[in-house]
Structures are given as structure tokens and as C-alpha cells.
Design a protein around this ligand. Structure first.
Ligand code: ZN
Ligand code: ZN
Length: 430
């Protein structure tokens, strides 16, 4: 089968929101100046989408699986595994992978800040990670581990049993997340204390796994407390990165089908965070290695425009995951969120559209979930979606926003997993 055109699939993390008094009753997306998204909405079809389904406020990993066509009820085996693969760690079924955060803890495991005030640099984290790998030895059960820092306060832990299989049926030490049917869900009233990892079932594998996680937590804390980086941070009046929180354990690969085999479409992926990169790798996409974002929008997006164009040349489809507005959503900062959305429009989409012909390319723009500023957390609200280019016939919607897209010709997609097959058939001009 030959494809007549290419697909550019752009997902803006946490972009969708709710109307806010402080923005005069507008959502950040409505408030932001987004001429390119509006132009695409005018040229194309729009709608709303529940990225997983009604009632699920998904974390990014669950949502991204879903909007790439993998039903998370079938394919989600724990964020830890996706993070580990994305960070380039070796992972096999029977290993234990956990998503980790450096955090700040006081006496008696009282949690002071679960992200070290977001002030830990990637370089500082890497130094701390090195010390943990060198100095911590696990002895409660025969096992080795690999701890890898990724971006800022974020890290991944893989524990490998020697002759024993490990189990993901354990609780999180990070109190901010609980597990619901194996999926990480934000806790409604998180306790301000590092939790002990407990087995969820009466099985030796789960008990051993919980023991190893607790041993890792205690021993790594000892290494961190006295580390020169933390001594210096304390002297400078900064929070110490003196504990590692772990969550979202996984013990097997998710067994994703290859997008290329399923649809005959060769995908490339541009993403910053290990979890999205992990999903892309496991889906058989070619993952473009990007330098860490500098936080300076202009530079970061210029590079991503060039890389997206390069990737489009060599592939049938490019999945671009842009992190921008999610973090200000978590901080409840509506104006900064609107500015992050404007930056995506002005510095990524606008220059890209100058160099991509809409005759030859189908463009989809959407979000993986809403991160309403009023909640400071993800919600199950549907997200706006647009599909433009190729043979797509426009509907009457002229602006890309939560409320305008509700009137769009795509209607409401009740399950995000429906989107990928739809995009593929539109790509084929069906
Ligand atoms: Zn997300
Ligand atoms: Zn988020």
C-alpha cells in the first residue's frame, strides 16, 4: 500500500482547561493568541475527545498509550517500565521498574517537598544518582539495581533479582499517587509522609519487591543526606534532595503491537520526557534524540521545527509531544499557561506550517488530557482536537478552543483509542 500523504500528529501536554475568572471567563487556550491553531481549525474538522474515557483523569503515560491506539486497560503495565525503556535502561519481564522523584524529607520521613521545590538541576541529580549507584548495595534479597536520573528531579529505578522474579503488586512510597487497577492516579488528599512500600498480595515475589524498595529508600537516603551537593544546597538555604520517592511499579513489558506492522505507516517521534520516548520505542517508532530543553522557548522550538521537518522527510508520520502548558497548569498559573500555549503556536506551528504543504500533509493537533489550573491536577475533561489538510472538508468551527470544538464535525470521541485508526484511514484518503 502506498500512502499519498504524511501525518503530523502534535500533542500539547495538558493544554485543555476550564474557564477562569482571572482570564475574564476564558480558558487559557481561549485567552492565548493562537493564529495557527485557529487557521487549522478553520480549514479542518474539529471535535472533543475523552483521551481515555469518561471518568478517568489520566496520567500522561496512560493517555498517550490511548491516543496512539493502545487500549490502556489491555496494554498498561506500569509507568515505571515505560520510563525505564525511555531512559534507555535494560528491562526484561520479571525485573521491577519504578518512576522516581528526588524529594525533600525531614526527620521521621515527613515530606517537605516532593520535587525539591523544582530547583534540582539535571546535573546535580546526575551526581547524586552516581553516588547512589556506587554506594548502595541491596542485601535483603539477591538483587542488583540501576538508578538513572533523567530530567530535573525525575529518575527511574530498575531492580533486577538474581534468580528471583520481582512483582509490581506493591504500593508506592510516593504519597501523591495511588494505584487504581494498576494505573497511577493522583491521591485526593496526599499524606505528607514518605510511605513504606507494602506488598498488595500475599506472594513471595511481592514481599521481596517491597523489601527491596524499602531497603533502597533507606540506604539511598543515607547516601543523599551527607552528599556534598546537599551539604552545599543546605548552606545556600536551598531544599535538600535527600530522599527518592518511588511509584508506578511495573514488572513486564506492555507488548505493544508495532504501528508500522499494524497500519503500514512508518512513525518517527519527537518527545522530551522518558515516558513518551519509552512508549514510542515500544510502538516501533524511531525516536529522535533531542538535547534537553533549555527552557528558552525560541531556541527549543526552532530546533524542534527543524527536527520535525527532517523526520517528516524520512517517515510517513511524525508524533510530536510538546510539554509546555502542563506544568503551569499544575502550578495553577493561568497566564503562564496561556503564554506556553502561545509559544507552541507562534514558535512551533507557525514556522512549521510555512514549510509543510497542507495538500501533502494531514495535521492533527490535540492534548493528552486537561490540566485545569483550578484543580492543579489532571482531569477527565474532554480535550479539543483538530484534523486539517489533505482531503479533509472543513466544518463551521473557526477557532481552536474547548468550547468552539464542542460544535465541530468530529463530534465527541468517547474513547481516545478511536483516534489512531481514524487518522490512519484519513491518511489513506478513505
Ligand atoms: Zn500529560
Ligand atoms: Zn501533568
Amino acid at each position: 500500500m502506498t500512502l499519498s500523504r504524511k501525518l503530523l500528529y502534535v500533542v500539547v501536554d495538558g493544554m485543555a482547561d476550564r474557564p477562569l475568572d482571572e482570564l475574564g471567563g476564558l480558558t487559557p487556550l481561549e485567552y492565548a493568541d493562537t493564529p495557527s491553531m485557529d487557521r487549522l481549525a478553520k480549514l479542518g474538522l474539529t471535535g472533543l475527545m475523552y483521551t481515555v474515557e469518561r471518568g478517568i483523569a489520566p496520567e500522561s503515560d496512560v493517555a498517550v498509550l490511548s491516543i496512539l491506539g493502545y487500549d490502556p486497560h489491555l496494554y498498561h503495565t506500569g509507568r515505571g517500565v515505560l520510563e525505564a525503556v525511555g531512559a534507555g535502561l535494560e528491562f526484561k519481564d520479571g525485573y521491577l521498574a519504578l518512576r522516581c522523584n528526588f524529594a525533600t524529607v525531614g526527620g521521621d520521613w515527613e515530606l517537605i517537598d516532593r520535587r525539591v521545590g523544582r530547583s534540582l538541576s539535571t546535573e546535580e541529580a546526575a551526581e547524586l544518582g552516581k553516588a547512589i549507584n556506587e554506594e548502595v548495595k541491596l542485601e535483603s534479597h539477591p538483587a542488583d539495581f540501576e538508578f538513572k536520573t533523567t530530567i530535573g528531579h525525575r529518575a527511574v529505578l530498575v531492580i533486577k533479582g538474581r534468580g528471583i522474579k520481582l512483582s509490581s503488586k506493591i504500593t508506592n512510597t510516593d504519597p501523591a499517587y495511588v494505584k487504581v487497577e494498576g494505573m497511577g492516579v493522583a491521591a485526593s488528599k496526599p499524606e505528607r509522609r514518605v510511605k513504606r512500600c507494602e506488598p498488595l498480595v500475599d506472594e513471595p515475589e511481592a514481599k521481596a519487591s517491597a523489601d527491596l524498595v524499602n531497603e533502597f529508600t533507606e540506604k539511598s537516603r543515607r547516601v543523599l543526606e551527607k552528599h556534598p551537593i546537599n551539604v552545599r544546597r543546605e548552606a545556600e538555604g536551598k531544599l535538600k534532595a535527600n530522599v527518592v520517592l518511588a511509584r508506578d511499579a511495573g514488572d513486564r513489558l506492555p507488548g505493544l503491537f508495532s504501528l508500522e506492522e499494524r497500519y503500514g505507516v512508518k512513525f518517527s517521534c519527537l518527545a522530551d520526557m522518558p515516558v513518551e520516548k519509552g512508549i514510542a520505542k515500544l510502538a516501533g517508532m524511531e525516536v529522535v534524540e533531542l538535547p534537553p530543553s533549555t527552557g528558552r522557548f525560541k531556541e527549543d522550538y526552532e530546533l524542534r521545527v527543524e527536527e520535525a521537518l527532517k523526520a517528516l522527510e524520512g517517515h510517513d508520520a511524525v508524533y510530536v509531544h510538546l510539554k509546555g502548558p502542563d506544568e503551569p497548569g499544575h502550578d495553577g498559573d493561568a497566564r503562564r499557561k496561556a503564554a506556553a500555549i502561545e509559544a507552541v503556536d507562534k514558535l512551533f506551528l507557525t514556522p512549521l506550517l510555512e514549510r509543510v504543504s497542507l495538500e501533502e500533509a494531514l495535521i492533527c493537533v490535540t492534548s493528552d488530557h486537561a490540566t485545569p489550573c483550578s484543580l492543579r491536577a489532571h482531569s477527565d475533561d474532554p480535550v479539543p482536537i483538530l484534523i486539517a489538510g489533505g482531503d479533509v472538508k472543513p466544518d463551521s468551527v473557526e477557532k481552536f478552543s474547548e468550547r468552539e470544538c464542542a460544535k465541530g464535525g468530529l463530534g465527541v470521541l468517547e474513547r481516545g483509542v478511536e483516534l489512531m485508526p481514524k487518522l490512519i484511514s484519513m491518511l489513506r484518503g478513505a
